[in-house]
Design a protein around this ligand. Structure first.
Ligand SMILES: C[S@@+](CC[C@H](N)C(=O)[O-])C[C@H]1O[C@@H](n2cnc3c(N)ncnc32)[C@H](O)[C@@H]1O
Length: 262
């Protein structure tokens, strides 16, 4: 009897799925009740509620210098969100204007072109050295890795590189495709920045840590011991490995712990 009822139910469902309204309802309901979706939304909300934000961390680091500071931001979008709130004597901004049409920045360039022009002495000065460079442009590992390598040549010996989006809370935040928004993370996208950060965490000549807030604020320094390098022999950087070992892999610290290092 139960078997027969189930068969009838399946037949009805098959017919209903041909009606667009029912199709959307049934598929939409499955999507919203999926455990991956529910857990992904939960993790997204937790991350969104964490404080402080990247701006406070950058301002804290800048406030540690007893001199006038020089700041560069790569990837700005709307400057009201971060750039305008940064407290530095001189500030420069770089963005090709992909996400925010007005794009009121100093250099309307991709980071690659910005550094190319800097090396070629076409903009600023090839001798310029920043106290802090904030990298928040294209969140794909190869690009972030290049941005870090270039930035290393333009920070002072005691300067810092800060990176947004180093601690993606789920694999959906760490997806490759920015434009696809129908995942549990919706438009929140950390991309594969974490892989570039991990690569530099494994560099024995650099100190590093990641503050556990605002999707992971990674920090690199040539001089200040903010955390020893990660001695690992991972061949590939895979998300499930990060998920299991994020405290060790990223040297994940709370902001309070970080502040005690100064
Ligand atoms: C996440 S937003 C930056 C957010 C901002 N830093 C903040 O804290 O509010 C990323 C920005 O990077 C820019 N971008 C994309 N590709 C880039 C590239 N190759 N070089 C520099 N910026 C890039 C986009 O136009 C976008 O405005």
């Amino acid at each position: 009897m139960a078997e027969r009822l189930m068969k009838i139910y399946k037949e009805i469902k098959k017919v209903l799925l041909r009606v667009p309204l029912f199709f959307y309802y049934i598929k939409g309901k499955n999507f919203l009740n999926d455990p991956y979706y529910i857990e992904g939304r939960r993790q997204d909300k937790i991350e969104m509620s964490k404080r402080p934000l990247r701006t406070d961390i950058i301002n804290f680091i800048l406030s540690q210098f007893s001199r006038e500071t020089l700041y560069l931001e790569i990837g700005v979008r709307n400057p009201k969100e971060n750039f305008n709130k940064i407290k530095a004597a001189i500030k420069y901004s770089v963005d090709p204007g992909i996400e925010f049409k007005e794009n009121p920045v100093d250099f309307k360039l991709t980071s690659d072109n910005f550094f190319k022009e800097l090396y070629q002495n076409k903009i600023l000065s090839p001798d310029i050295k920043f106290d802090l460079i904030f990298i928040d442009g294209l969140h794909l590992a190869h690009q972030v890795d290049r941005d870090i390598a270039n930035s290393m040549n333009f920070i002072k010996d005691d300067g810092f590189i800060v990176l947004h989006d180093c601690n993606p809370p789920t694999e959906w935040h760490a997806r490759y495709e920015y434009d696809y928004k129908y995942t549990p993370s919706f438009s929140n996208w950390n991309g594969t920045t974490w892989k570039a950060f991990m690569k530099w965490r494994a560099n024995s000549s650099v100190f590093s840590c990641c503050i556990d807030t605002d999707f992971g604020v990674g920090i690199l320094s040539k001089k200040k011991n903010i955390g020893q390098y990660l001695n690992h022999n991972m061949e590939f950087y895979e998300y499930p490995e990060l998920n299991k070992n994020r405290i060790e892999y990223l040297n994940l610290l709370s902001f309070s712990e970080f502040k005690t290092l100064f």
